[in-house]
Ligand binder design. Structure first.
Ligand code: SAH
Ligand code: SF4
Ligand code: F3S
Length: 437
């Protein structure tokens, strides 16, 4: 039995939706009168908000639990997130944690913690449709760039991916509740909102507004300066959303549209339901309306049976697109997914390593080229934090590049700068004008 916790620490792994969930769990516990601490080893309650996407991500949970037991003050441990959903009671059996709570049930965290304090391990991995949002406390204080989950779950069932199993079916939050939360975020200090969803561009409502309709409505919120959205699926990239990139000044020129691979045979085996060509045609349409758009994607190398020639097709697709920045991963077999059964086609580790290195060399080259092309441009920067040097601040360009500059502007200010230096991973800006303070 553990005493009722007074202090808590939330550690989030994985995607931005998990970061959002972690923030909301923190707000929920603060509303119960608990105090947040930055030091996990000093907390009475540690929430590990986990990710199940690749094997390494999952292993981290168990090593973290071990470390907390060794260095912490024997805290109450709650496992939340996608590992909680996927492994449920197994975690209690294997690691003797106090609470296991899935991504759709974390609004019940206070009751689960109370149950654990009374000596019974508490488990909740139910998946009610978006019930949690209505049960969470209002947003109070956020940074200048805030996340807002609008869509959850996935119906696409790519053969390598656990998300449809851990996050459930695709669900869109209602229009009005999103607008209300966006206004609350702006009142709480947000200048930029990133709309989140596993397939955010599948967001829709009964009126058929589509994500672009939602973005048009957000555009009218005074005090909100920038809108972004992630992650999108190629098959949900509708005309209205593409046009929104030309019509809405607040919508930043950035599109994260994962393709995963460049070979049609591999894409089919992945059940991606788009082809290399259909993907490239979408990018052409986006670039036609917004020529300066920064493109981003995700790649998996070494999907079962991927041949050398098929991998070369991924490289040639990368060369054809010219991405601004990307994520790339080695295929990781996940329990319960169809691809994990394709054991006769598993690609040897050293081949995966070599493919990943070659792919990343192409992606790094293109990122450096994209950054170099912004040299001399004038753009706004949203200041997000202090830099390492005195008087230095860090923020983001419209194209999501990190920009550092010397300024007396404060966190949350929007500054117009000239880009005076471009490095492979960041830019330097020279202040010209304060846009909004
Ligand atoms: N909904 C998004 C992304 C979800 S997960 C989409 O459809 O693209 C984020 C990324 O993790 C994926 O785009 C994919 O590149 C990678 N990923 C997912 N499952 C994986 C696996 N089993 N092994 C390696 N990478 C994986
Ligand atoms: Fe996973 Fe595919 Fe769904 Fe993305 S679209 S979350 S990769 S199943
Ligand atoms: Fe990971 Fe779950 Fe996000 S598996 S990537 S935390 S949806």
């Amino acid at each position: 039995m553990k005493p009722t916790p007074k202090t808590f620490h939330v550690k989030s792994f994985g995607c931005q939706m998990n970061v959002y969930d972690g923030e909301r769990m923190g707000e929920l516990m603060a509303a119960q009168g608990m105090t947040a601490t930055d030091d996990a080893n000093a907390a009475d309650l540690v929430v590990l908000n986990t990710c199940h996407i690749r094997e390494k991500a999952t292993e981290k949970v168990y090593s973290d639990i071990g470390r907390l037991r060794k260095h912490g003050k024997d805290p109450m441990i709650a496992v939340a997130g996608c590992v909680a959903q996927a492994e449920g009671a197994e975690i209690v059996a294997r690691a003797k944690v106090d609470v296991v709570v899935g991504p759709q049930a974390y609004h019940n965290l206070p009751e689960l913690v109370a149950q654990a304090a009374s000596g019974n391990a508490a488990l909740d991995t139910d998946m009610p449709a978006t019930a949690k949002f209505g049960a969470l406390p209002a947003r109070r204080k956020v940074g200048p760039s805030a996340f807002l989950t609008v869509q959850e779950g996935c119906d696409k069932f790519c053969t390598y991916c656990v998300v449809p199993y851990t996050r459930g079916a695709e669900i869109s939050r209602p229009f009005d509740t999103i607008i209300d939360e966006a206004k609350a975020l702006v009142d709480a200090g947000a200048r930029e909102i990133t709309l989140l969803g596993q397939n955010v561009n599948a967001w829709d409502d009964a009126a058929g507004n589509g994500l672009h309709g939602l973005i048009h409505a957000l555009d009218r919120i005074e005090g909100l300066h920038r809108i972004r959205y992630t992650t999108s699926h190629p098959n949900d990239m509708r005309e209205g959303l593409i046009r929104a990139h030309a019509e809405i000044g607040k919508l930043m020129p950035f599109l994260h549209l994962p393709v995963q691979a460049g070979s049609d045979r591999v894409l089919k085996a992945m059940n991606r339901s788009h082809t290399r060509d259909s993907y490239l045609r979408i990018l052409d349409r986006v670039r036609a309306v917004r020529p300066d758009i920064a493109l981003s994607g995700d790649f998996i190398v070494g999907f079962p049976h991927e041949s050398d020639a098929e991998f070369e097709e991924t490289l040639s697709l990368v060369d054809a697109v010219g991405y601004a920045q990307c994520f790339s991963f080695k295929y990781s077999p996940r329990p319960g997914t169809p691809a994990a059964e394709m054991t006769d086609g598993f690609v040897p580790a050293e081949v995966m390593d070599e493919r990943l290195q070659r792919l990343q060399a192409h992606l790094n080259r293109d990122q450096a080229a994209f950054n170099a092309a912004t040299l001399g441009k004038r753009c706004t920067v949203l200041i997000e934090r202090k830099g390492k040097l005195p008087g230095q601040m860090l923020g983001k360009s419209p194209w999501l590049q990190s920009v550092h500059l010397t300024t007396d502007a404060q966190i949350g200010d929007l500054v117009e700068v000239d880009i005076v230096r471009a490095d492979p991973n960041s830019l330097a800006g020279m202040e010209r004008m304060r846009v909004a303070a």
